[in-house]
Design a protein around this ligand. Structure first.
Ligand code: FES
Length: 151
């Protein structure tokens, strides 16, 4: 869909406003985060709504969410027009579930960090009680007492 070159933001505009490198924006494009159109001259042009998508990704990545999860959340958004509030509300609902799970995992880690996390080190007195002879190893790998962290 060609647009008049006066319309749409350039990748440089996006980079200036978001603080992202042009290469990062291209990388996000390959992951379906932003969907530029080509103008009559064949140059990429972006919508102002792409600023929101990129900013959402930046915030979520800063909180440790993997790009693949973020991209999956954003996938239902319309590609070439500004998402509506209802669109974003749908995205927010799904994302809030992930945020709540992450908060619960962080709280659990905070509560159990000075106790036995079931990692096999047997270095704390509590390990004798909560992981005698590393019995937790039979359940699988990783810190088995951090139930919200291990799968
Ligand atoms: S903390 Fe590592 S086994 Fe208990």
């Amino acid at each position: 869909m060609a647009v008049k070159s006066s319309q749409g933001l350039t990748i440089g505009d996006l980079a200036d406003r978001t603080g992202l490198a042009v290469s990062a924006i291209r990388f996000y494009e390959t992951h379906g985060i932003v969907h530029p159109v080509r103008n009559a001259g064949g140059h990429r042009r972006y919508g102002r709504h792409d600023l929101r998508r990129l900013s959402f990704v930046m915030a979520a990545q800063r909180l440790g969410f993997p790009l693949a999860d973020i991209a999956a959340h954003l996938a239902p958004l319309p590609a070439h027009k500004a998402p509506t509030k209802a669109d974003w509300s749908r995205i927010a609902k799904g994302f809030r579930r992930d945020i709540a799970a992450r908060i619960a995992a962080l709280e659990e880690l905070g509560e159990k960090l000075d106790g036995c996390i079931g990692c096999g080190c047997l270095s704390l007195k509590a390990c004798q009680l909560y992981n005698p002879d590393d019995a937790k190893a039979a359940e699988g790998t990783g810190p088995r007492n951090l139930t919200r962290t291990v799968s």
